[in-house]
Design a protein around this ligand. Structure first.
Ligand code: DNO
Length: 349
């Protein structure tokens, strides 16, 4: 396991120098955040990002993410030109030796919560989701106020996108994902890049939009869609863990045996009702995910890829990007390494 930490580039309030001080963290997960979605990433800019990270004594190990343009997910005629741009970005990654690409195929929204600062009994705050609160959300003014990770869409643009998706049900979305992967995976393979799809978060349809990467069978279907080693997954315990019937250690073992886990996101969640959960500190005792068993499955199946501690709470008065403060994620990084070290029978990361 190669321990990494997400960094949002020079605008991230957390400096690389602080990330460097978290024991065991060697890699950085980052992206070019200002390239318009659909454009090819300029290789020189990616190279500069890598050089800045190198200068801090770390390594750019994962790109998370190159966003997939909505026209690709909608299967519009412009998709092939956009996919060609995507392939150019993947080639640039390969040339620079960045071996893992985390991406998602969620229509319109990326991860979404209904509360970005739910107070926990210990005085910290965490991200939370409740489907009943989602039903009350107003999309008529665009995505501006939504507590999540949506690309910003104005009211008109968002309504047009939602309307376009009325013709795209889950099976159509699978077809569009297959069309995308059939073209991108061979390029990734040639370039030495492993594709790692991120599960949908939350793992169920929202706002009437289909979401297809939610459960074990979906991950199996994904890897078979283009049955090549470069076509794999980001095993995100928090996203998948929001569905109680997902048996995470079994899923990790199965995909790990197939050699298709290319990246791991470790976080914990507590499910508190039907389509209702909140995030918790990383240790297994704090939430519903048995991280020890997930890591055991990864270790038993020979996982040696990058892992990052995912969302943390806000603790010790820290203010920052929801889910992405320094302190709780750093605690997560050391906890996860402790678990891993125990599984190895001691000695080193
Ligand atoms: C949430 C993240 C996701 C992830 C994308 C990958 O915190 O894990 O936003 O980066 O879904 O494309």
């Amino acid at each position: 396991m190669y321990v990494t930490f997400r960094w949002f580039g020079p605008s991230d309030p957390i400096p690389l120098a602080h990330i460097r001080q978290i024991p065991g963290v060697q890699g950085v997960v980052s992206a070019l955040y200002d390239v318009p979605v659909g454009d090819a990433w300029p290789r020189a800019r990616l190279e500069r990002l890598g050089a800045d990270i190198d200068a801090a004594g770390l390594k750019l190990a994962v790109v998370e993410s190159i966003p997939v343009h909505e026209d690709i997910k909608l299967g519009r005629p412009s998709r092939d030109r956009l996919i060609a741009n995507y392939c150019a970005s993947v080639r640039a990654m390969g040339e620079l030796g960045i071996a893992v690409l985390c991406y998602n195929f969620m229509p319109v929204f990326d991860w979404l919560r209904t509360d970005l600062a739910m107070p926990l009994p210990d005085g910290s705050t965490a991200l939370a989701y409740d489907d009943r609160a989602l039903a009350r959300m107003d999309l008529s003014r665009g995505t501006g106020d939504l507590p999540g990770w949506a690309a910003a869409y104005g009211a008109g643009e968002l309504q047009a996108l939602l309307a376009a998706y009325r013709d795209v049900d889950a099976e159509r979305l699978w077809d569009h994902l297959a069309h995308f992967l059939e073209r991108v995976v061979p390029v990734a393979e040639e370039s030495g890049v492993r594709m790692a799809i991120h599960p949908d978060d939350p793992p169920w349809p929202i706002f009437g939009l289909p979401r297809i990467i939610c459960r074990g069978p979906d991950l199996d279907r994904l890897v078979r869609l283009v049955d090549r080693p470069a076509n794999g997954v980001t095993f995100c315990t928090g996203s998948l863990g929001a569905l109680p019937d997902n048996d995470l250690p079994a899923m990790a073992r199965r995909l790990g045996e197939m050699g298709r886990i290319h990246f791991a996101h470790c976080r914990n969640v507590r499910v508190t009702g039907e389509r209702q959960f909140h995030e918790t500190p990383h240790p297994s005792a704090c939430g519903g995910v048995d991280l020890g068993e997930v890591l055991r499955a990864l270790r038993d199946t020979g996982f040696s890829g990058p892992m990052r501690p995912d969302h943390g709470r806000m603790i010790w008065g820290e203010r920052g990007r929801p889910g992405y403060g320094l302190y709780d994620r750093a605690l997560g990084a050391t906890y996860l390494q402790g678990l891993w070290e125990g599984l190895r029978g001691g000695g080193g990361a």
